[in-house]
Ligand binder design. Structure first.
Ligand code: SF4
Ligand code: SF4
Length: 389
């Protein structure tokens, strides 16, 4: 009998009411109970109680979850679904071959920033030579990422792994916008803080995620706020207290703030009007880890709305299907989930979409959406389109 690495109290909290089902993207596209939060919790309980095996079917039920945590936000019983799913995946990663060696190698690579940047350059060259099929949906990687420069020590900016290698222009835009608010930004050594470990947590690689957390904490000395411009990274950093269970980790997590929330609390520091032409309207796509986990999606609207008309999607914040590595590991389900998001975007009629998470940006851009980070749009409004990539 296998006990899952979950908290027994959290596992028994679900009363099977089903109120979360309409909020679950995989249930919405399949209609299968096994692809719903309630079904997944029932499967966890059966394995945990020893009445069902830890087999391929259970592994599939868990793997098909996007880990968007929309169910958690909708649950009247406050079921901690994210913790349960992470615990189930941790057991699968330890006890089975659910995370094959090639995936573990890819996750390990995220801890070696220079190698990641070097491989990204090779990928960029291969893309220019048309050696990377478009159907793979790999975003266009820059040939050369311009160096970032610290501008002060008022706040830290977390730069991360793939985002720093592929979307460093977003970090540059964020630093300029913070500069416009009179805020000096300190930057970590990317070799010391190479990755937040979110993908490792989601895959169940608990020990590896803890190792990343310890490295990241050591790379941000002092007590200045640590601003994050990626929703997934921000949620992971804010969970270090639970991940490590130490006072240091809890103190670190309290310093982590989503950059939009931090700026929205100081909105009057930003220029009142745009200095350059802006899009006719911007539709806001909320990354799940901003809306359902950090619950800080509204500040994006407050900042964008200062410069450009903002339009909301009418899909109650349904996931886009990107889900970290989910789009690569579950392409059919991810595409079906994305189709609903594309319909919602089309209904807005807005020419530009904003999203504060790199995974969402790449996955929606691969379907032809003109999508940018919210602070890239603000940067262009303040400093002109030449600043945009
Ligand atoms: S997770 Fe919450 S909303 Fe969903 S079935 Fe269980 S108690 Fe109900
Ligand atoms: S985390 Fe998202 S995909 Fe997984 S069960 Fe909850 S709502 Fe469904």
């Amino acid at each position: 009998m296998t006990r899952l690495a979950v908290n027994d109290d959290e596992l028994v909290t679900c009363v099977a009411c089903g109120l979360c089902l309409p909020h679950c993207p995989t249930y919405r596209v399949t209609g299968d109970e096994s692809a719903s939060p309630r079904g997944r919790i029932a499967a966890m309980r059966a394995v945990h109680a020893g009445t069902a095996p830890l087999d391929a079917e259970f592994s599939r039920y868990m793997a098909e979850c996007v880990q968007c945590r929309a169910c958690e936000a909708a649950c009247p019983s406050s079921v901690a679904f994210g913790h349960l799913m992470e615990g189930a995946r941790e057991t699968l990663a330890v006890e089975t071959s659910a995370v094959p060696r090639w995936q573990r190698l890819g996750y390990a690579l995220l801890g070696h920033h220079r190698v990641l940047v070097g491989l990204s350059r090779l990928l960029a060259v291969a893309q220019r030579a048309r050696l990377v099929p478009k159907r793979l949906g790999v975003p266009r990687v820059p040939l050369r990422a311009s160096p970032l420069h610290a501008t002060g020590d008022d706040v830290w900016l977390f730069t991360g792994c793939v985002m720093d290698a592929w979307q460093r222009d977003v970090h540059a835009a964020v630093i300029r916008v913070l500069g416009a608010a009179g805020v000096g930004v300190a930057l970590p050594d990317p070799r010391r803080a190479p990755c937040c470990g979110a993908l490792h947590v989601h895959a169940g690689l608990h020990d590896r995620a803890q190792a990343f957390a310890r490295r990241v904490i050591a790379a941000f000395p002092g007590d200045a706020a640590i601003l994050v411009d990626s929703a997934g990274c921000g949620a992971a950093l804010q969970d270090y207290g639970r991940l490590l269970g130490t006072d240091d980790a809890r103190a670190f997590s309290r310093r982590v703030v989503d950059v939009h929330q931090w700026l929205a609390d100081r909105l009057d520091r930003l220029p009142a009007v745009a200095a350059a032409p802006v899009p006719a309207a911007v539709a806001v796509h909320d990354p799940c880890h901003l809306r359902h986990v950090q619950k800080t999606h509204l500040p994006v609207r407050a900042i964008l709305g200062r410069y450009v008309p903002v339009v909301d999607l009418d899909d109650d914040g349904l996931c886009c299907g990107a889900g970290g590595a989910y789009a690569a590991l579950q392409p059919e389900l991810a595409t079906a989930v994305r189709d609903r998001k594309l319909d919602a975007i089309a209904r807005t009629g807005a020419p530009v979409v904003a999203s504060a998470n790199p995974g969402c940006t790449w996955f929606l851009a691969a379907a032809g959406v003109d999508i940018r980070h919210p602070l890239e749009i603000v940067d262009a409004a303040l400093f002109g389109p030449s600043r945009r990539p």
